[in-house]
Design a protein around this ligand. Structure first.
Ligand code: ADP
Ligand code: MG
Length: 238
């Protein structure tokens, strides 16, 4: 049974919220950081006896500021528009690139991967499209506890004018009560998950005029289907 994901307006609202909160939070963080830095430089003059202890404390402050900043940056990246350049793109190339990058990151030799990729041209932003498939692939990789496989198909559905991409894994699967939640920002079932991967996927697909579907069975695996409109000019011309 296919489960089409409804448009999430929440995402746009959260985007605006994050942008304004980030701005407000970054200013005080930067002041804390500068103060810690300048105190560290003066600490020997100010109080020699406890210098070491004070420096250790200031180091901890700097590290925490760094962490907080990093979180803010990530949230901001998530809300920024992605597109630098819209061009004609062979979906096969971006998928190959995404496979390379996600497996480089994952270092998993217990996962076999099979792919059947046709050439299909769409219009879009190369980096955003790579990101889209990386996010799906990383989830697929993470869903496989021991051994397993991931298969990736891409083909043209000429009659519908679509490039169709299917990414299937033999991982843990998604409980049916979660199927309509997984694209929501911050929904995660992972201990150290961000819950932003699929929210980003959803936005990228949507902004490229596409659709995304998911089918899953607990204990068996999951299949994501991405449909993106073919670039008519390229497809008719070449
Ligand atoms: P995160 O990976 O940080 O948890 P995502 O937005 O990427 O956030 O995914 C949200 C949730 O959707 C995951 O926590 C997981 O429960 C579920 N999920 C996504 N992809 C898969 C998959 N291939 N197999 C099983 N569960 C998945
Ligand atoms: Mg993820």
């Amino acid at each position: 049974m296919e489960n089409q994901i409804l448009q999430s307006e929440k995402l746009a609202v959260i985007g605006k919220l994050v942008a304004s909160i980030s701005h407000e939070v970054k200013n005080p963080l930067s002041i804390i950081n500068q103060s810690a830095y300048s105190l560290k430089r003066k600490v020997n003059k100010l109080c020699k006896e406890n210098a070491e202890e004070i420096i250790a404390g200031l180091d901890r402050i700097e590290k925490s500021v760094y962490r907080a900043n990093d979180i803010v940056e990530r949230l901001l990246n998530f809300t920024k528009p992605y597109y630098s350049k819209i061009e004609s793109i062979n979906i096969k190339d971006v998928i190959e690139e995404a496979i390379k990058l996600s497996f480089l990151q994952a270092k998993r030799s217990d996962i076999s991967i099979s792919k059947r990729l046709s050439n299909a041209y769409i219009k879009g932003d190369r980096n955003a499209l790579i990101q889209l498939f990386i996010n799906i692939l990383i989830n697929a990789i993470e869903s496989i506890e021991d051994k397993g496989s991931i298969s990736i198909k891409a083909y043209k559905d000429k009659s519908k004018g679509l490039a169709v991409i299917k990414i299937r894994d033999t991982g843990v699967g998604i409980p049916s009560q979660y199927l309509d939640k997984i694209f929501e920002p911050f929904f995660t079932t992972k201990e150290s998950g961000t819950g932003l991967g699929l929210a980003v996927v959803y936005r990228i697909v949507e902004s490229h005029g596409g659709k995304i579907y998911v089918e899953s069975e607990e204990g068996k695996g999951t299949e994501f289907t991405v449909e993106l409109p073919l670039n008519k000019e390229e497809e008719d011309g070449g």
